[in-house]
Design a protein around this ligand. Structure first.
Ligand SMILES: *Cc1c(COP(=O)(O)O)cnc(C)c1O
Length: 495
């Protein structure tokens, strides 16, 4: 049966999976969602012995029904190959009775690689399928990790260009270097004088700008998105939750049908939404625990039912979660409103205009699977040190936020279910914050020297991604104000 996608703001807008991937954002500003969330048609028992690639096929074929078996398998094969530094692709590491699902073994050492290694292949296949002749321009706003992962994925991919906007002072040194040293004749990187929300809003405005779309089309271009608003980002992320559960079973850490909890360090709400989709597909997940840093807009939302972004934006040591407008929450709002497109549209307009909306009690009731928590900067740092001292395991700052929230949840509720923590970045990417958390004496040590110290401390070899930036040249120096993003894009594309 063919699964179609519709916009969260207009249920009559119905497209195929490949059309949804090509478009990114729906023309009405809504997000594409599957008409129904499909269920797995292979039992967990059968999945126990599958490789990551095989699991990916079993999961993704349910969502991308207009891809042939050959097309989808080819995309999967090209994505999950030796770009990853382990054949397992996502190792599940047991530390002190908790399971860290390490999603950072890809080319850019953050979990964005899980989806962005495959998105370019899905995009090209979709373009062929739909006889697209325009060059596809990927516009991306990044809080640090998406940018590099998208650049690496799309660099020199024929028929595409990619432009990445990142907040000038809102990313780590390693993150910035990774982006500004990116090679490729179709890539551009722009630092904006603003934060991630400014970057994301600017990009969204360009997607919704019909006049701009027309000018682009006249010049043989069309936009698409590599942000997690693109369903082609979300679907590959469902895979690793299914895989993690199958691995727990295979390793006899859990028994058949035993429920687990999942803890996700959350920013734009893409990763945790993928976990929710996995649950809807039939994976025995009980609670979805949403972990925030000091930008705890999601924590407040789950507590009160009111989403309010009118607050101070805090720059933290987990910059990829420094977000006040979590785009993917719209998909959950839509589900909680029982797929009421007009209601969703109204709430999102309230968010856009006044920065705040409130959901009804009924809607709130339908979000009972979610639990929220947050960690302050100190709690995050203390947790890195505590887990390191106790077990020798070194985590990055984002993972540490989740790990802290997990610990607090277990203490407060006595819920003894096994927990899988989505481990979203390599500690190398945030080496300064990580090493300073372990010992304050590193606060004044040069970041590049610390990379060696981290190697000794963690016993984890320095990843290739880090070795690469140590000797790469800076190729991108473009900067712009937040109100110049559109002009900058037009300039880059020469339209
Ligand atoms: C993007 C990112 C997150 C947040 O993920 P969302 O899907 O945006 O919620 C968390 N940690 C790291 C390291 C990231 O790169």
């Amino acid at each position: 049966m063919d699964l179609h996608y519709k916009s969260t703001r207009n249920s009559n807008l119905r497209v195929t999976a490949s059309e949804a991937i090509l478009t990114g954002l729906a023309p009405d500003g809504g997000l594409f969602v599957p008409e129904t969330i499909p269920t797995l048609d292979v039992s967990m028992d059968e999945m126990k012995n599958m490789s990551y690639q095989e699991t990916a096929y079993v999961v993704m074929k349910q969502f991308l029904t207009d891809f042939t078996e050959e097309e989808l398998k080819s995309c999967i094969r090209r994505a999950y190959d030796s770009k990853f530094d382990t054949e397992e692709i996502v190792p599940l590491v047991k530390v002190d009775n908790t399971y860290y699902l390490e999603l950072f073994h890809g080319a850019t050492i953050a979990f964005k690689d899980m989806a962005l290694s495959i998105l370019p292949h899905l995009m090209i296949t979709s373009a062929k399928k739909n006889h697209v002749e325009n060059e596809i321009v990927i516009l991306t706003a990044t809080s640090g990790d998406t940018g590099k992962a998208a650049l690496a994925g799309f660099a020199d991919v024929e028929g595409t260009r990619i432009i990445v906007f990142y907040p000038k002072n809102g990313v780590s040194r390693v993150q910035e270097l990774q982006m500004v040293t990116q090679k490729g004749k179709n890539v551009d990187v722009v630092a904006i004088h603003g934060n991630f929300d400014n970057a994301q809003s600017g990009v969204k405005a360009m997607f919704e700008d019909q006049q701009l779309a027309k000018e682009l089309a006249e010049n043989g271009y069309q936009f698409s998105s590599a942000n997690s608003i693109n369903i082609g980002r979300l679907v590959p992320q469902v895979v690793y939750y299914v895989y993690a559960y199958a691995k727990l079973l295979e390793n006899e850490e859990i028994s058949k049908d035993e429920k687990i909890n999942v803890v996700v360090p959350t920013g734009n709400f893409g990763n945790i939404l993928a976990a929710y989709y996995a649950k809807q597909m039939g994976v025995p997940i009980d609670k979805l625990i949403c972990a925030s840093n000091e930008n705890k807009v999601l924590f407040d939302f789950f507590q009160t039912g009111t989403y309010d972004r009118n607050r101070e934006f805090v720059l933290t040591s987990s910059p990829s979660m420094d977000i006040l407008i979590s785009s993917n929450l719209e998909r959950l709002i839509y589900l909680s409103a029982q797929e009421d497109d007009q209601k969703t549209k109204k709430l999102m307009e309230e968010l856009k205009n006044g920065g705040v909306y409130e959901i009804t009690e009924d809607m709130k009731d339908r979000l009972k699977d979610f639990v929220a928590g947050y960690a302050t900067e100190e709690e995050c740092a203390e947790n890195i040190k505590e887990v390191y001292d106790k077990t020798g395991y070194v985590m990055d700052t984002h993972t540490a936020v989740a790990s802290y929230v997990c610990k607090k949840y277990q203490e407060n509720t006595q819920d003894a279910k096994k927990c899988v923590i989505a481990s979203t970045a390599s500690p190398y990417k945030f080496v300064k914050s990580v090493m300073t958390a372990i010992d304050e004496k590193y606060a004044d040590v040069d970041e590049f020297e610390l990379l060696k110290v981290l190697e000794d401390t963690s016993g984890r070899e320095m990843p290739q991604a880090i070795k690469d930036i140590l000797k790469a040249n800076i190729l991108h120096t473009l900067e712009c104000d937040t109100d110049q993003m559109k002009e900058t894009v037009k300039h880059i594309l020469n339209v």
